[in-house]
Design a protein around this ligand. Structure first.
Ligand SMILES: Cc1cc2nc3c(=O)[nH]c(=O)nc-3n(C[C@H](O)[C@H](O)[C@H](O)COP(=O)(O)OP(=O)(O)OC[C@H]3O[C@@H](n4cnc5c(N)ncnc54)[C@H](O)[C@@H]3O)c2cc1C
Length: 413
């Protein structure tokens, strides 16, 4: 019997911390290979996918942006296929609505060309370079002098994918135990003792998929001191229904090379509440790891970020960009101005306040952002310390990758 009651003595072969899409996909991949392995997923919230997974842009990225050869490039391209197959098999709605990356100035053309070459090198299918007339045929309201068109880029509700993974795991006897925040982990006699406020779980192995808290969970096992997760909130506006026709698919700018995010863009979205169009997200330093509003402050977490030497080094380089993002976060006219670069006739009254997500950005003590997916071995454990975008797209491929490493490291075969 794999399920446990709250009061019984608890023992399991493998514990996964975090029921975001990475934790669930990892559990799914391991369960497919080792169906008899006793596995438990611990999640601190009362439902799966409540953080990054449930508050993202919902884009199935094709794999254009990432440096060839990196895990991000490889697992994204592989993950798109796995994700769309998964959606086909399980009747989850998704749309290949296509995406334009639009250059607005001559100065952006070399970077657009580099992106095209990267996409080709990464094996992204059917990428096309477009001139102004061609891009206008795809997105009549978009500005721009040239673009890359990626017809394979799509949209999905990642919450729906996560819930399906949860249900499939449940059917196979793997339970996601909700409202179980892991507070400490100790390692004794080749066995881990994992404590939540409700119980103590003995586990042979652990995989940390804790997203915004992955570093803290790593530190419970004495690793990850060289990095810190810094939270960056991404805020959205909704486009009013009457303006939805202005966005047929996804319209992105050429990313600013001095900025680690993709730049505010327009996306069609599939939410639990239905179809919509969003504009954003920006990227603002958040004063709490789960700081979904500007006013939400966690003093301890803010001091923890500010006192980290890596963050201080990063801030010394990017303070001007960071302050600009904060100003834009507080000013709708400034946000609108950024969006008007891509769609000049957009008006303020077409935008309604939208939601927000918080990105977990791993920063190294050197002040460099950890660019690639970053997964670290430790005795009896694997820690997914950095799974930024496109980790939702790549989740099933990340799950396979982690399962393969776990098999070797934990001797599962
Ligand atoms: C604004 C935004 C837009 C994005 N857009 C896209 C996109 O369009 N396409 C894309 O592919 N990716 C996108 N991403 C990235 C993507 O959402 C993430 O890479 C992905 O969701 C990471 O999944 P995860 O499971 O690692 O993290 P999460 O979804 O954050 O899950 C981590 C889980 O761990 C739990 N947890 C943490 N600490 C503990 C603890 N101590 N005990 C128990 N449980 C714990 C949390 O409650 C949470 O449920 C975006 C992200 C954001 C924030």
């Amino acid at each position: 019997m794999r399920r446990m009651s709250n009061s019984a003595a608890k023992q399991t072969d493998l514990t996964i911390v975090g029921a975001g899409i990475v934790g669930l996909a990892t559990a799914y991949a391991i369960n497919q290979r080792y169906p008899h392995l006793n596995m438990t997923i611990l999640e601190k919230e009362n439902e799966v996918a409540q953080h990054q997974t449930g508050n993202n842009s919902g884009v199935i990225h094709a794999g254009i942006y990432y440096k060839p050869g990196t895990l991000r490039a490889k697992l994204c391209v592989q993950g798109v296929r796995q994700l769309t197959d998964f959606c086909d098999t399980h009747g989850i709605e998704y749309h290949r609505c296509g995406k334009l990356i639009v250059a607005v100035t001559e100065g952006e053309l070399p970077r657009l060309k580099t992106l095209y070459e990267r996409g080709q090198a990464n094996g992204v299918p059917n990428l096309r370079q477009m001139n102004q007339a061609e891009l206008r045929e795809v997105e009549p309201f978009a500005a721009g002098i040239a673009a890359i068109h990626s017809p394979n880029t799509g949209i999905v509700n990642f919450k729906a994918v996560a819930r399906k993974l949860r249900d499939l795991l449940h059917e196979r006897g793997v339970e996601v135990r909700l409202m179980q925040q892991v507070n400490s982990i100790s390692h004794r006699h080749n066995q881990l003792s994992i404590t939540t406020p409700q119980f103590e779980l003995q586990s042979k192995h652990l995989i940390n998929c804790g997203g915004l808290y992955a570093d803290k969970i790593g530190q419970m096992m004495g690793i990850a001191s060289e990095i810190r997760i810094i939270p960056f909130r991404g805020e959205y506006f909704f486009l009013r229904k009457e303006s939805h026709h202005k966005v047929r698919g996804l319209i992105y700018p050429v990313p600013d090379p001095s900025f680690p995010f993709l730049g505010v863009h327009f996306t069609r979205v599939l939410r639990d509440s239905g179809f919509g169009v969003e504009a954003g997200p920006n990227a603002v330093f958040a004063f709490a790891r789960e700081g979904y509003r500007f006013g939400k402050v966690n003093l301890g977490e803010t001091l923890d970020a500010l006192s980290f030497v890596g963050f201080q080094r990063l801030a010394a380089k990017f303070w001007r960009t960071g302050l600009g993002e904060m100003r834009r976060s507080l000013s709708k006219p400034l946000f609108l101005r950024s969006l008007q670069r891509l769609m000049p006739d957009l008006q303020a009254d077409e935008l309604e306040p939208g939601g927000a997500g918080v990105r977990a950005m791993a920063i190294h003590q050197s002040g460099e952002m950890v660019d690639d997916f970053y997964i670290v071995d430790a005795p009896n454990a694997l820690h997914v310390l950095n799974a930024p975008s496109p980790a939702a797209t790549a989740s099933l491929a990340i799950g396979d990758h982690v399962a393969q490493r776990a098999a070797g490291l934990f001797g599962l075969d």
